[in-house]
Structure formats: C-alpha cells, structure tokens
Design a protein around this ligand. Structure first.
Ligand code: BGC
Length: 438
C-alpha cells in the first residue's frame, strides 16, 4: 500500500512568478532564441507546478520558462508560494485526486517513488537515451530520478542544506569571526546581540525549524549518527543520549533568535542578514539566490561556510521536475522538450547561478560561479568519497513524506514548547518513525 499522505486540504496561495530577469536573459537565452528558429512553432503548453516564488527563486524559474517559450512551447505557471513546498504538495495532491494533475511538478527524492507507485508518472526514457543521461548524471542523482528502472524526473540542481550565511559588517561590528563549531556560534551570537543585532535570523515555520535541526544533528553528532537517526530511522539512535544532546543544543539556538520569528518566511530572514539587521542564518543555499538577486558578491558582501561542526558533511537536496502521464501527444512532446532543456548546459548554468545551487551534471564549466558554489562543488565531491554526502531529511530526500511530516511535528512542537524536555521529544521521534512505518 502506498504511504502517500493526503493531508487535509487547505486553501492554497497561488502567485505568478513575474519578476524581470535582465542579466540571465542576456547571458543564457541568446543561444536558445537562435535555436528557436529551427523548431516547429505549433507545439503545446506545459503546466509546471513549483514553489519557486521568492526573488531569487522566481528569477531561476523564469530561466526555464524563457527557454521553453523560445522553442515554441507555452509555459503555464502553477506557482504555489510556501518555502519547503508543503503547500505546493497539498495542492498537487488535490489536483491529482481530481484527475487533473499538471504536466510537470517539482517533486523530489523518495516522493518520486510514491507518485510512481500510484501509476501517475510518465516516462522520459526516450529523451534520457537521446541525451545520454546515464553517462551525464552521477549515479546518486540518476537513481532518484528513476522509478522501476525508468526515468520519470529530471534534476535541476544540487542544493546543500547545511550552510551558515553571514553579514561580514555585522561580524566586524561585534568583533567576531565566522564560527566553525556550535560553541563558537553561541559565543559569537552573544557578542552580536551585545553589539545590537539579531544573532541568528530565523523564520518559525516547521520546515525551517527542521532545516536548522538537521544541521545541528550533523554539526554536533556527526555524519554516522545523522544517517542512523534521520535516514535509517534506527529507534536506538532516535531515542539515544546523542539525540537528546542534539535536541538540547537545537533548542538553545532560540536564545540567538528574535521575537519576530513566528511565521516569518525564510527569504525575509535572509533579508535580515542582507540588510545588516542580523548576523547569521542557517539555511540551504537557495538563500544565496536572495543574496545574488540583491546584487551582492559572495566572500565580500556576505559569507558562507558549512553549518558549524558539519564541514565534513554535505546534506544534499536535489530539485527535480517529475512528469505526469498525459494523453495528448503535443503535451507529451512539450514534456520531453522541458526535460531535455533542464539538463542542457544553458539552463543548468543560468538556473543555478540564480538559484544558489550547483549544476546537477558535473561536466560543466564553473567559471561563472562564485566562491560559495565552488566550495559546494568541492565539498560535494569530497564528501561523496569520504561518506559525508547524506540526503537531507528536512528537504524530502531521506525519508518518505509521511515520516518526514511526523518528524517535523515533533521537532517544531519541541522547539516551541518551553516545557517539553528533550528526552520526551526523543521518545516522540522514536514513535513518529515507528507509526509512520505502518
Ligand atoms: C527546495 C528549494 C527551495 C526551498 C525554499 C527547498 O525544499 O528544494 O528549491 O528554494 O525549498 O522554498
């Protein structure tokens, strides 16, 4: 039986991505526009569901829209606001249940398998064979894109989740350096508070709490423990003293956050760092898309480093577009074109420059990318060799959606409840993982 959760439906916030894209248009689209002349103009539309609605994300999504349109296909934007994509997934499920899924949707990790099991995905084997995806993609990436041996999704990027972002002017004003351990983060945070800034920008939403929690587990307990607890869901690890310690450290981080955090969107928190109101943010590198959109330069106007204590880990989060099974030949052709474009160098470069991630295919020229992206790529390759490359639990790469939802509930309830002790939260994590396996 499938474990796909069909949560209570909430009214979605639909928003069109309409932001202008001057620089990317100039650099990436010239080639595509010249190719457009050679393709037929009577192709069909693709409706694409995604949650790329922040400034940086919308610039990135526009790259795909423009490339597709340049080949004569129509892009119907189905953007559902809400970081981490929970609302988007709820909307997608309701569309699928009513027998009317979009042509393509931002679906990631094990959830691709869940949709595949429901028999709703169409295959991309022809385009994958023509474009030689087997040779292009690292096996760890290709594996996630296949269901039952067939390609059903195409990867757009590789995000790293365990990052710390900082405003160097705030750090200077407080007389602190970029921390490399959690203890250093707490010490630096106190100095930043004394200097009159918010130490750690955060948005109090379940997925953001889980994003920070994941980095604290990695940074305080290491890769093996992370894998045992949050990937393999080993009950002993979930209920262990190590987990209790990680939970306590995680909750201490509240001391570095401000009172305005409940409900705050992640990009508003990033903006606090951009504006110099806050020193740090613990967030995946889609935050870099916001720094880039604000015209800032990595290593000068803002700093990046592995989340404290986690430099030997890389928690990966791969965005991908899965294609739904469709009957219309024109729509199917448009889906194949979309999938082909996503892996072509033009898209991979322009999209990832705007998105903050690194390309999904490792053979590309990285000369246009900044120092944080270079570090990301080097760390991806290094950790792939050393065993530090781990799937992100908080971004749907490690466990199925129902388990992830149950873990989110425990983590966020614990984080927001001054009276819940860490050992009780650890016990609840054990139950969450067990209940979810039924
Ligand atoms: C997605 C990113 C997105 C982020 C914030 C993550 O789960 O993988 O593409 O930018 O959520 O919405």
């Amino acid at each position: 039986m499938s474990t796909l959760r069909l949560p209570a439906l909430r009214l979605p916030t639909l928003r069109l991505s309409t932001l202008p894209l001057p620089t990317l248009r100039q650099s990436a689209l010239g080639l595509a526009l010249s190719m457009a002349a050679t393709t037929s103009a009577q192709a069909s539309d693709v409706e694409v569901l995604h949650w790329w609605t922040s400034g940086g994300e919308a610039r990135a999504a526009n790259v795909l829209k423009e490339l597709l349109e340049a080949e004569g296909y129509g892009w119907e934007d189905f953007a559902v606001a809400g970081g981490g994509g929970e609302t988007a997934m709820t909307v997608l499920k309701s569309r699928a249940m009513s027998g009317n899924p979009p042509s393509a949707a931002q679906i990631k990790g094990p959830e691709i398998q869940e949709w595949g099991e429901l028999g709703l995905l169409g295959d991309l084997d022809d385009v994958a064979a023509e474009e030689n995806w087997d040779a292009l993609l690292p096996e760890v990436v290709a594996d996630i894109m296949r269901f039952d041996g067939h390609y059903v999704a195409v990867p757009a990027n590789v995000h790293r989740v365990n990052w710390l972002w900082a405003n160097p002017e705030v750090l200077d004003a407080a007389g602190v350096e970029m921390p490399t351990t959690l203890d250093e983060l707490f010490t630096a945070g106190e100095a930043i508070r004394e200097a009159g800034f918010v130490p750690l920008a955060h948005g109090g939403q379940a997925w953001q709490d889980a994003t920070v929690f994941e980095s604290v587990v990695l940074g305080s307990q290491g890769v093996d423990f992370y894998r045992q607890s949050l990937v393999e869901l080993d009950p002993e690890a979930l209920g262990s003293d190590q987990m209790i310690e990680a939970l306590e450290t995680f909750k201490r981080l509240r001391e570095l956050m401000d009172e305005g955090m409940p409900g705050r969107d992640w990009n508003i928190a990033t903006n606090m760092v951009i504006e110099g109101d806050a020193g740090f943010q613990l967030m995946g590198d889609w935050a870099k898309g916001e720094f880039t959109a604000a015209g800032l330069t990595a290593g000068e106007d803002y700093l990046c480093a592995a989340a404290p204590g986690s430099e030997d880990a890389f928690s990966f989060n791969i965005d991908s577009l899965a294609m739904f099974r469709v009957n219309d030949d024109g729509e199917r052709e448009a889906q194949q074109a979309l999938a082909r474009l996503v892996l072509e160098p033009t898209f991979q470069e322009a999209f990832n420059l705007a998105k903050g991630s690194i390309p999904a295919r490792p053979d590309l020229d990285m000369s246009e990318f900044d120092s944080c992206a270079e570090q990301s790529l080097a760390d991806f390759q290094r950790t792939a060799e050393t065993g530090g490359l781990v799937p992100s639990m908080s971004h749907g790469m490690a466990v199925r959606a129902d388990v992830q939802g149950a873990i989110f509930d425990v983590v966020t309830n614990y984080f927001n409840d001054a009276n819940m002790p860490a050992d009780q939260a650890a016990e609840r994590l054990v139950s969450a993982a067990q209940m979810a396996s039924f």
